[in-house]
Structures are given as structure tokens and as C-alpha cells.
Design a protein around this ligand. Structure first.
Ligand code: XMP
Length: 518
């Protein structure tokens, strides 16, 4: 458990609760999101927050049994910030009034103007006389609770910002965490400063703490780590290696569906550079053998998934004294949040990269990245000295090139695909575009086309270039390369990669497409 000052976010089901956590982490404040159902008196005592935030949510406080925090939260003596639904909860709990929003609902951009005296929460606000904020509410506060005063209003929200300065309770009608409240960062900065946070959540400090925690958890037992060469597993492996050295063995499963030089790069880096115990499980024959003649995408994925677990288990069971399995599970995978429907059910996303294996093999889990967001994992990787080329890598799917080779997979197609992909990525790097793109790759298409090269006719494969921008891979847009870039890349691929005589660019967004071709 972390030793830092802690801020508790009580989640009432807003779609943007995670953004509150992101804003706070950016300010080096450690915070956790917990669904309101789990926040009991005992929980609060144990968590000992230095400040609390009530999130927004889709419910109405006027309804019976609407979500509430425990009463004891108001007696902790720490600052509380209520946002939107959280504002209404606070008002009603403390003696104010909330009414249904007939005719007063406000959605989208609004402008708030200051009222009364300047307060610390609003330092740096209203420099131009007003502040743009993002509203999204149906109900509204019609009478503020005793002890509160109004410090800003908007045309639709006479109680846009209210506060009880003695108790340091703040209640706002809008969402300061979203992008459309441009000065939201200053707002949160003010809140955490007045709550006494010192910004002690830094990656340097976290690294030391995580290493101590791993040593304590593992003792003198042995740990196995599945290493794919992706950011999460690489950072997990290097962190564990710093903590327990030779008590760690990594298993790198090479299924023959990796990109050009990928296996060599990963093995060289971890075995030679970091001096880690690393098993390079070269199982290309097994995977490609079983995939022979398979063209259905789901069968491909299932076959690869099944073999992956078998192979991993085979190698892992040969490691003597192994008691733990390390996984690169991230915070977004473990946040329990109130379901969007606002009901009492809790959605728990659990992540098992090597599905079911820990139970099957009687291994306990070590998950040192459980408290981190993706960009924090990158910062930790940086802190651990991982080269930037590893930290900034585009995601690469577990089934690898299999899902970039629609239809039947053959060694010949894989070879062509690897070469074309290497040229394409080289082009993207040379033009300085790699970091602007979420993911870029080539797919080899199951069609042959006629072409002419020199004086001869060709009859070769067509390929598709894919490049997308995205924040989380859930939605994506195609990257708007210039025509010059596309032309130059197509020429290079056709000249440098025997077997391809036609290049297309995939301009499908997600949805309706997916990022991968299968
Ligand atoms: P799609 O194709 O579903 O992909 O739009 C979204 C993101 O997930 C990656 N992806 C996978 N990653 N195992 C993985 O580890 C998989 O089976 C898998 N399928 C897709 C994909 O590369 C993209 O980043």
C-alpha cells in the first residue's frame, strides 16, 4: 500500500470520473476511485484521505435511495469537493434543497462569473472577468445549505460555485475535470494545495516504494514473468529485476508471428543489456503448424490463445521454486466503477493476460503496476532507464501478424509482410510521425493483382497501410498522411519488397472498422 498523502474520489457513476483521477495524478497527487457502495465508515477510517471528491453521476438526489456517501465523511475534518451530482448530494445532505430541472437543465459550454469575495479555490480564475466551464445537469440546487456562500454564478446556475469556507466544503455545478473547462487544472491545483497536498506522488519515489513492496511480498520465492516486449510487460520485468534480481525468470514466447527483428531485439535487450534470466521459447513451428490452413479469424485467435497458455505453462513449470506470476495489470483494469446505468451493480474489469494460469498452477500474482495509468507506466519505464524506443512503442496485439494476414497464413506471406511493415515504419520514423500515431502497420491482403515492372508483367500481393490516432484504442481515426508521404511509401514498398505490387491506404475509422484487420 502506498505511503503517500491520499485523496479519495467517491464515484457516483459519472462517465468522466477517471478524468478527475488523471487531473490529480498530473499534479503529483495520489488518489483512488472507489464506488460509493464500497465507501463505509470503516473504509473511510482505514483509507484516511487528506481530501475527498464526490464525482458526478446520472442519478437524481430527489429519488428515494439515490446514491449517498456515509454521513461520517462530513466529520473527517478534511476538505470535500462535490462536482455536479456530488454538489447536489452535499447540499441535500447538509440541509440545502435540490429541485427537478424543468426548464433549467444546462448542457455543454457555459460561462461563470465571480460573486462576492475572492477565495483560494478560485485563485487564477476570472482573470478575463469570466470562465468557460462544462455543465451537464438536469436537477439544480434551489437553496444552499447553511454555512455555504455563493462565489460564482452562470445564467443557468445561480449556485455554480458555493463553499462553506470554515469546513472547507466546496460544491460546484460544472465539471472542472473535462477539457472544455480550460482552466480546470488551476482549479484542482488550488483545491489540493488548500487541502495540504505537497505533490509527493512522483515516479522516483514510487519506484523505490514499489521495489520495497515487491521484496516484502515475494520474500525469497521465485517469480515468473511473461514478457512480450510491450511497454507494460517490459516495465514490470525491469522493475521486478531491480527488486529481486535472479529470483525473476522471464518467459518470452516467440510464436513466429512477430515483426522483423523483434525476437532478437527483445532477447538482446533483456538478456544481454539487463542480464535477466530469460527463456526464449522459440515455438514458431508449433504455432505455424497448427495455424496451417486456418483462415477464420476467430479460429486463428483461439488457436493462438490456447497454444500460448500451453507453451507458457510448459516453460513455467520447469522453473524451480516458482511461487508467483507477475502481470502488468494497470489501474484502469482494476478500477471498480459504478455502472453507467447508475444501478447498484459494480462493474469489475479483471485482466488476465495468461487467462486462468495462476489458479491452474497454484501461483500467486504480483502486479506492481496496479496503481498506475498508462502514461505513468511510461514515466516509470523512463525512471528505470528503459530506452525511449521501447517506452514509446506502438501497441502490438498478442496474436501478432496472424491478424494482419487476412485469410490463410503462409510463411511466404509472413515474410513479405515483415519486410513491408519494416519499410513503412521506417518511413514513419524518418518523417518524424511515429509519436503522433497510436498504431501503424501493414496488412497483407489475400488478393493478387496484376502490375507492370520494367518490361514485365507482375502478379503479386496487394497490401494495405494502416495508421490511426486514438487515446485508448476503443475509438480511432485514420491518420491524415500527406499524399507525398503515401506516394513515397508506396514506391519504396514496391521497390524494396518482392511479392508486393500494389499498395493501398486504409481510411476507415473505428467504429465502424476495427484497428486490426481481423
Ligand atoms: P481492434 O482491432 O479491436 O484493436 O480495434 C484495438 C487495440 O487492441 C489491440 N488488439 C489486441 N491486443 N490481444 C492484444 O493484446 C489481442 O488479441 C488484440 N486484438 C487487438 C490492437 O492492436 C489495438 O491496439
Amino acid at each position: 500500500m502506498t505511503q503517500h498523502d491520499r485523496l479519495l474520489i467517491i464515484d457516483f457513476g459519472s462517465q468522466v470520473t477517471q478524468l478527475i483521477a488523471r487531473r490529480l495524478r498530473e499534479l503529483n497527487v495520489y488518489c483512488e476511485i472507489h464506488p460509493y457502495q464500497n465507501v463505509t465508515d470503516a473504509f473511510l477510517e482505514d483509507f484516511a484521505p487528506k481530501a475527498v471528491i464526490f464525482s458526478g453521476g446520472p442519478a437524481s438526489v430527489i429519488d428515494e435511495n439515490s446514491p449517498r456517501p456515509p454521513r461520517s465523511v462530513y466529520d473527517l475534518g478534511v476538505p470535500i469537493l462535490g462536482i455536479c451530482y456530488g454538489q447536489q448530494v452535499m447540499m441535500q445532505d447538509l440541509g440545502g434543497k435540490v429541485e427537478r430541472g424543468h426548464g433549467t437543465a444546462e448542457f455543454g459550454r457555459a460561462y461563470v462569473a465571480p460573486k462576492g469575495s475572492q477565495i483560494e479555490l478560485l485563485f487564477g480564475w476570472f482573470l478575463d472577468g469570466r470562465e468557460q466551464v462544462w455543465m451537464s445537469h438536469g436537477d439544480h440546487v434551489s437553496a444552499i445549505a447553511p454555512g455555504f456562500e455563493v462565489f460564482a454564478t452562470s445564467p443557468g446556475a445561480p449556485f455554480a460555485i458555493t463553499a462553506d469556507l470554515d469546513r472547507r466544503f466546496f460544491a460546484v455545478q460544472f465539471h472542472p475535470e473535462v477539457h472544455h473547462t480550460p482552466n480546470g487544472k488551476t482549479f484542482y491545483e488550488n483545491f489540493v494545495r488548500l487541502a495540504g497536498f505537497t505533490g509527493d506522488w512522483t515516479m522516483g519515489a514510487y519506484k523505490e516504494e514499489a521495489i520495497r513492496a515487491i521484496r516484502e511480498q515475494v520474500g525469497d520465492a521465485h517469480v515468473i514473468c511473461g514478457l512480450s516486449g510491450g511497454v507494460d510487460s517490459s516495465v514490470t520485468a525491469v522493475l521486478l529485476h531491480e527488486a529481486i534480481g535472479d529470483q525473476l525468470t522471464c518467459v518470452f514466447v516467440d510464436h513466429g508471428l512477430l515483426r522483423q527483428n523483434e525476437a532478437e531485439d527483445v532477447v538482446r535487450m533483456f538478456r544481454d543489456h539487463y542480464n535477466m534470466k530469460l527463456i526464449h521459447a522459440d515455438e514458431a513451428e508449433l504455432f505455424l503448424g497448427e495455424l496451417d490452413g486456418v483462415s477464420d479469424p476467430e479460429t486463428k485467435r483461439k488457436t493462438i490463445g490456447r497454444l500460448f497458455i500451453d507453451v507458457f505453462q510448459k516453460y513455467a513449470s520447469e522453473i524451480e521454486g516458482a511461487a508467483f506470476l507477475a502481470q502488468g495489470t494497470l489501474y484502469p483494469d482494476v478500477i471498480e466503477s459504478v455502472s453507467f446505468a447508475g444501478g447498484p451493480s459494480v462493474t469489475i474489469k479483471s485482466h488476465h493476460n495468461v487467462g486462468g494460469l495462476p489458479e491452474k498452477m497454484g501461483l500467486k500474482l504480483v502486479e506492481p503496476l496496479r496503481e498506475l495509468f498508462k502514461d505513468e507506466v511510461r514515466a516509470l519505464g523512463h525512471e528505470l532507464g528503459l530506452p525511449a524506443s521501447f517506452i514509446g512503442r506502438h501497441p502490438f496485439p498478442g496474436p501478432g501478424l496472424a491478424i494482419r494476414c487476412p485469410g490463410e497464413i503462409t510463411r511466404q506471406k509472413l515474410e513479405i509482410l515483415r519486410k513491408a511493415d519494416a519499410v513503412y515504419i521506417d518511413q514513419i520514423r524518418k518523417h518524424g510521425l511515429y509519436d503522433e500515431i497510436w498504431q501503424a502497420f501493414v496488412a497483407i491482403l489475400p488478393v493478387r493483382t496484376v502490375g507492370v515492372m520494367g518490361d514485365g508483367r507482375t502478379y503479386d500481393f496487394a497490401c494495405a497501410l494502416r495508421a490511426v490516432t486514438s487515446v485508448d484504442g476503443m475509438t480511432a481515426d485514420y491518420y491524415p498522411f500527406s499524399h507525398e508521404f503515401l506516394g513515397e511509401t508506396a514506391t519504396r514498398i514496391i521497390n524494396e519488397v518482392p511479392g508486393i505490387n500494389r499498395v493501398t491506404y486504409d481510411i476507415t475509422s473505428k467504429p465502424p472498422g476495427t484497428i486490426e484487420w481481423e
